[in-house]
Each structure stands twice: as C-alpha cells, then as structure tokens.
Write a protein that binds this ligand. Structure first.
Ligand SMILES: [Zn+2]
Length: 340
C-alpha cells in the first residue's frame, strides 16, 4: 500500500491543491471534547470545480457550532451548491485520530499528506470516516469527489502528540527474534491480517458509537515504543486492557468476523471484526474464541476471552482499530474511563 501511496498520484495531488479555486478564511473554533480526544480548529477549506479556475470567486466559510456537531458551510455563491457542506459529527485531530462526518452527494474521498494517500468511499447517504496514522503529518488534506464530479477540499490540522517508551523484559526469546523456521508462518498470518483489513464492505456498522470490548486496567497505550529484552521493536498500536484469563471480550460495535484464528505466532488467539468501509477492530492474545470467520455479531455480543497467547507477558486484551492499513488509536472511539 505504501509504495502506491508514495507514487505519482501524490505529486499530481499537490498540483491539484495549488489550483484551488476559492480561498476561505481561517476559522478558530474549539469544541467540547467527547473523550480524551482533543478538538482542534478546522482550517483552510476550498472547493474546486473541474472547470478552469476563477480566482475572483472568493467565498467565506460560515462556521456553525451546534451542541456536538460542526457544520462547514460554504456561503452561497453562484457556483456553490448549498447542499455540499461538510458536517463533522465527531473528530480527534491528532495522529491516531479520526474524523467522522457527512457530506451530501459525496462519492469518495482521498486523505493525503507528504507520506501517504488513502482513498475511502462515502456511504450512499454521504457519511464518511477516515483516520490518521501514528506518525502522520500534522497537515492532512481531504479531497472529496461529489456526484457531479466536482471536488471539495478541506485541510485538517492535527495537534502533535508524544508517545511513551515502554521497556518490557522477560519476553520469551523465541518471539523476540523468531528463528527462520517460523518466518513462513508469520508471513502467512500477516497476509491473512492484511487482506482482512483491506476488505471493502458496505456495512455501516462503523457509524455506531463504540463501547469498550472488555473491562480491566489499561496496561498499554497506542503509539508507545516498546523495547523487548533491550531490543527496540515496532511501536505498539493497540489499547491494552489487562484482566484475568477468561474475562469476557464483547464486540465494541456490530460487524462481521473476517479472521478468527486460535493461535497466531505474535498475536495468539486473534479476531478481526469488520465494521465496514475499511474500519476494522482487531483483538489479540485471546485464550478462547467464541466466534468463527463469517459470523455476524452485534455490539455487546461475546466474541472471546482474555488470555496471554502469542507475544504477551500477562493476560490482557490488545484491541486495535484500523482504517484500511492505517492504525488508529482505539482510545478515541470509546468514552474515557469506560474500561472500569
Ligand atoms: Zn498490546
């Protein structure tokens, strides 16, 4: 995916952005956080038509803050379609965060920064959700394609965040530097996970308000850099909830089970739950699975039990959320403190 993302289309996009038709004013709005997420100002919006640019057509954005929603409304001009306004329902403007909103007549969109580009589709009703990776640039450009083939561009400015460094000792050495004999197995399992996360499904389960999948103590957070037995490893992308083996794990939202593996090398008992439009939850280190591939589950339904299978030093659930291959911070998806 990354190779594709770094290609030609990115340069094309920069040019495209430079041709933006309308300059909009800067807004400075702060909303009440719904959880640990920081709510930040939205800025520099623009709308482009496919026609040649008319730089004299300058419009201002009117921002309306409602109780928990933000509407981006282009004030009416001859060319603007008043129905084409971006409504933000929920957002966490930080690396690992996400934006959930609505744009009438939206077909698809592309989120890009200097490193990556990722495409997404809007639902038939124009709902969308996209997120930002752990090391995302702080400037993210969203370009929406509408049904009339015009595009609407909006720039999101992320607030930077620091990640924690975790030193973990006592990890079984075979899982820190796997012998050649297990590398095939690992690559097969990674392939299965990659495919599941790239799944294109049209279920709108991702629009639900998520609930905590387990109760326990937070023992690991998104983005931290782990050092196993003194060897620096890839950053940690999950939210760890520590609780005794056998503690129930429930579905945080409706979805379809796309991976149900009792014992993967790194992740042990592993479930991937597809919530639609590229959003998936991953649950790892489980001691027991209560679902199988292809099952449809409802929010709150038992899907498995906490364990310490795979590379884990003690029983905990490691819960991850992805938007396609982009890893998001699950903490932004659930009410703060709801794990207790
Ligand atoms: Zn973990």
């Amino acid at each position: 995916m990354k190779a594709f993302l770094k290609g030609q289309s990115h340069k094309a996009n920069n040019k495209f952005i430079n041709r933006v038709v309308w300059a909009f004013n800067q807004a400075n709005i702060r909303l009440t956080p719904f959880n640990t997420a920081a709510w930040l100002p939205l800025n520099s919006d623009s709308k482009t038509a496919n026609k040649p640019i008319n730089n004299k057509t300058v419009s201002k954005l009117t921002f309306s803050v409602l109780i928990s929603s933000l509407f981006l409304t282009a004030s009416h001009t001859a060319l603007a379609n008043p129905a084409d306004t971006i409504k933000i329902n929920q957002q966490a403007l930080q690396p690992g965060g996400f934006v959930k909103g609505q744009l009438n007549n939206c077909l698809s969109y592309q989120i890009s920064d200097s490193q990556t580009q990722q495409q997404g589709k809007c639902t038939q009703e124009g709902a969308f959700l996209f997120g930002f990776g752990r090391d995302a640039d702080l400037t993210q450009t969203a370009t929406f394609t509408l049904a009339d083939n015009s595009t609407l561009t909006h720039t999101f400015t992320l607030q930077s965040r620091d990640y924690k460094i975790d030193r973990v000792n006592g990890v079984p050495s075979k899982t820190v530097n796997p012998p050649q004999s297990v590398l095939d197995r690992i690559s097969k399992e990674n392939g299965e996970i990659w495919l599941a996360r790239n799944k294109e499904s049209n279920s709108k389960d991702f629009l639900q308000s998520f609930i905590w999948p387990a109760k326990g103590r937070i023992s690991g957070v998104y983005g931290s850099q782990r050092v196993f037995n003194g060897t620096p490893k890839r950053p940690h992308f999950g939210l760890d909830i520590a609780a005794p083996t056998g503690t129930q794990i429930i579905a945080p939202a409706d979805g379809v089970i796309t991976v149900a593996h009792p014992d993967m090398f790194y992740s042990g008992g592993t479930i991937i739950l597809d919530h639609g439009f590229g959003i998936s939850s991953t649950f790892i280190h489980m001691s027991k699975l209560h679902v199988k591939k292809g099952d449809t589950v409802k929010q709150g339904e038992l899907i498995g039990e906490i364990g310490k299978t795979g590379r884990a030093t003690g029983p905990h659930l490691d819960w991850r959320i992805n938007w396609y291959q982009i890893r998001l911070d699950p903490a932004f998806w659930v009410p703060a403190g709801g794990h207790q």
